[in-house]
Design a protein around this ligand. Structure first.
Ligand code: DGT
Ligand code: CA
Length: 569
């Protein structure tokens, strides 16, 4: 789908227009078009082909032509022209959280700041505080924003990395000389963020693989090309390394390049203790190779059972493997439903019916539609009279789709004092109540923890959603004292969420494992704002697996009647 690309182009146009000080309505028209295209459930390419773009709100003749140009050429002349008038770095500067077009314009005009590097230098040198409305605090905020921006660019979110890697692997698989192929590195371990994509191939014809890989259409630069290892940067600026090994060493190499480094070091120490030598070619007794073809064989030779890649972080997995007490990790197919999703009733882009159809396609037994609560105006939060209308809509759909249970829910805002955005009399009527923090991220840790605990203490709140508030690349997490929060959750029977949205993925692996050990129940949700987001469940599952969770630790692996949700009695 090109929806996202087109939305990004329109957003960039609106920002450049704003920097240039153009007409407000023109700016707003592009912004609005970006929002509409982004939340569109249909594939914009097919709409363009059928000449139905003008059905989209805010798309007239002019934008219709521009979308068609992007769809057919992948570019837009108008944007290229616009960019010529302003320094290139200024557009990047807008990606720094907290820097809007107005600020960028002022910094450019008054201080000739043209890119992020200059911005950082000037903020650090205290040169910005002299400008109107700017102080020392502004400079601190700018530096903090640059930090988040840089981190977001250094490491890819798991979805971006997974999509890019599997797309590339699918194309490399078609080469007949490829025998085995797999992702390796942090991506295979399904770490929340990934620096680069590592791919391992076994083949008798490494040169052919190297040529094919470096010749792929999306390669922008070839940073290294050797007989068995090459590195490239894609047009999306993603670094990919491919290594080719002999099939007899494939397992050893896969183990080595999957890591983590800490896991590898422990394995090597174990080998030495057994009088063996371990490297990326195999396990050796003296000169004789005794394992190397498969990972299974490698682990067995070391006296261990197979360790899933998600566990290879040196967090006790070697010991657990040796003592046959590795967890039976949860799998995607164990999930029976999604308990956190949005519809067009609040800020989602799909109707309840589209969400329900999406959930049925995944074979779910239930889906909760948990739209935002009344105070969250920007997210289209629902007032009580709208709740009645939504309920009627749901009841109609429940009669139409009898093979899935549609749960009536809300993501209720936890305010800065820890109070909930609906009275108990409203919450009481809901099948699923999710409490979530959406503002006041800068409060001290004790205050935020107190808010979460207070929400847990409300007998109608089943789940605490995205418990750290982080958004990779645009917002840092707020601090929570999880020891205290988990204690409250356990005592009240409130569950904590692992949010599968790739920019969120919180609870993270470490906190989710701590939650389990503290006796807290976990749910894995997608927080979908479009029907196709329902498929992001796999990323939440990855976090859960990295947290050593089993099927029984996760509530939404159970049938609806058996789900141990908070007892509201
Ligand atoms: P990343 O790229 O930062 O997201 O994380 P990784 O784990 O993919 O790290 P990367 O790409 O530097 O290396 C891939 C794997 O290769 C790593 O997980 C383990 C292995 N490896 C790399 N360097 C060393 C090393 O110095 N010693 C050992 N034992 N293994 C290493
Ligand atoms: Ca890597």
């Amino acid at each position: 789908m090109k929806n996202k690309l087109i939305a990004e182009v329109f957003r960039e146009i609106s920002q450049i227009l704003e920097i240039k000080g153009e007409n407000f309505f023109k700016i707003r028209a592009y912004e609005k078009a970006a929002e509409n295209v982004e939340s569109l459930p249909d594939d914009i390419e097919s709409l363009a082909k059928e000449d139905r773009l003008k059905d989209i709100t805010g798309i007239g003749k002019d934008l219709d032509e521009k979308i068609k140009e992007i769809v057919s050429t992948g570019k837009l002349k108008y944007l290229d022209e616009l960019k010529k008038d302003i320094p290139e770095g200024l557009v990047d500067m807008l990606k720094v959280p907290g820097i809007g077009p107005k600020t960028a314009k002022m910094l450019y005009e008054k201080l000739d700041i043209q890119d992020v590097v200059m911005l950082e230098r000037m903020a650090a040198a205290g040169k910005i505080r002299g400008l109107e409305g700017m102080g020392e605090k502004t400079e601190e905020n700018i530096l903090a924003g640059i930090d988040i921006y840089k981190k977001g660019r250094e490491r890819l979110d798991l979805k971006t990395a997974t999509d890019a890697a599997y797309n590339m692997i699918a194309r490399l698989k078609k080469i007949k000389e490829v025998k085995n192929i797999s992702p390796a590195g942090s991506l295979r371990r399904m770490k929340e963020t990934v620096r680069d994509i590592d791919i391992l191939v076994s083949s008798k014809a490494p040169q052919k693989i190297m040529d094919a890989f470096t010749g792929l259409v999306d390669v922008k630069d070839i940073t290294a090309k050797g007989p068995t290892k090459s590195s490239i940067r894609t047009k999306d600026n993603i670094q990919v390394d491919v290594r080719v090994v002999e099939d007899a060493s494939y397992g050893a190499a896969l183990m080595y390049f999957t890591g983590s480094k800490e896991h590898n070091i422990k394995l090597r120490q174990l080998a030495i203790k057994k009088g063996l030598k371990l490297n990326e070619y195999g396990i050796f007794r003296g000169e004789k190779k005794i394992a190397g073809k498969t990972e299974d064989e490698m682990y067995k030779t070391l006296g261990l059972s197979y360790i899933e890649p998600e566990l290879r972080e040196d967090r006790g997995e070697l010991e657990a493997s040796a003592e046959a007490r590795l967890p039976d990790l949860i799998k995607l197919k164990d999930i029976k439903g999604d308990l956190h999703s949005h519809s067009t009733w609040s800020d989602g882009g799909s109707s309840i019916e589209e969400m329900v159809i999406g959930a049925r396609k995944l074979g779910y037994e239930y889906i909760a539609i948990t739209d935002h609560s009344q105070s969250l105006r920007i997210a289209g939060g629902l007032g009580t009279s709208e709740l009645d209308l939504k309920r009627r809509d749901m009841e109609r759909l429940s009669r139409k789709y009898k093979d899935i249970k549609i749960l009536f829910g809300t993501e209720v805002d936890i305010d800065s004092e820890g109070n909930l955005d609906y009275p108990d009399s409203v919450l009481k009527e809901m099948d699923i109540v999710i409490g979530a923090i959406h503002a006041g991220f800068k409060q001290p840790v004790a205050a935020i923890t107190r808010r979460i605990i207070k929400a847990c203490e409300n007998k109608y709140v089943h789940i605490i959603a995205h418990p750290t508030g982080r958004l990779w690349g645009s917002r840092n997490e707020y601090e929570v004292n999880f020891e205290e929060a988990f204690k409250a959750a356990r005592d009240t029977g409130t569950a904590f969420e692992i949010n599968s949205f790739p920019q969120r993925l919180d609870l993270n692996d470490v906190n989710a494992r701590m939650a389990k050990e503290a006796g807290v129940k976990i749910v894995i949700n997608t927080d979908s704002h479009l029907a196709e987001h329902l498929g992001m469940m796999k990323f939440g599952i990855a976090v859960a697996r990295r947290a050593w969770l089993e099927k029984k630790d996760v509530l939404n692996t159970a049938a609806l009647g058996k789900m141990a949700l908070k007892n509201l009695g």
